[in-house]
Design a protein around this ligand. Sequence first.
Ligand code: NAP
Length: 287
Amino acid sequence: MELKRWQEENNGADLYCVIGDPISQSKSPLMHNQAFQELGLNAVYGAFQVKDNELADFMQKVREYGIAGLNVTIPHKLNVMGFLDEIDQDAQELGAVNTIVNRDGKLIGYNTDGIGYVRSLKEEAIESLDGKHIVVIGAGGAARGIIHALLKEKPDRILIVNRSIDRAEQLAASLKHNGAIAVHPSEELQKVCNDADVVINTTSVGMYPNEEEQPAQGEWLKAGAVASDLIYNPLYTRFVLDAEQHGCLKHGGLGMFIYQGAYAFEYWTGRQAPVDVMRKAVLQALT
Ligand code: NAP
């Protein structure tokens, strides 16, 4: 739908939306509208497909129509930064924005992906990451966000293993001032998984419809370690289920999605996000 018509139809309500391309599969509208309803807020959340060449025009309309807040997804997390008045330091360091708050006409960018992941990991799988040995499989945009947030938790070290080693090296070089990071070639994945406390898959290997694929074998992890995956479709990948069979704790990607949304909700409204309601809404849509 066109933004102007949507604004007219919801006149009087605070307006929020997610932009991306593609966007039709996004569960964010469902999650946030349920949360607004739960807290009795007069607010509406929509989804807009915005192509690269439409971004400037859309952001101009955001200002014109007083849109209260946005989520930003692929492919705009980087380019949208050029249309904001202020960018939070973490988002600046990361070079990506996924949440925008309109504070009295001033557009401020944040990134809640990494902190959302860490909140989920600590609430669902491991209380503290202090002194822990973490292996991250993959070196894409999601890996970047979570490694940045993980380093704040003072782990002993983070080892990155990626199919393309150059990409892993670039990522490690850009974050190494924040803590101990090293890169290992793919052939050493089994060896490095062996004494890790947490192994995190940030690649798309194992995602629907290729659920039978695994980035690592469960038996490579020591018993008691956490096997974590950013993928939430399926809710638990073959990698984490296999690791669970070998005595590990499993952690799926749904929590990251919920908590990145919860942080955004809290930045926008100043109210505590009804996380359980949000999770239930998304779970219902996924299962
Ligand atoms: P991305 O920037 O495209 O990075 C993809 C990563 O996966 C790269 O490291 C890539 O390696 C690796 N990869 C892809 N196919 C592979 C294969 N067949 N074998 C080995 N490695 C492979 O994507 P992204 O944005 O980081 O997203 C990655 C995953 O995280 C996706 O599954 C996405 O759904 C998930 N995610 C979840 C949430 C959440 O809220 N739970 C949020 C964001 C992303 P190369 O560098 O060698 O290409």
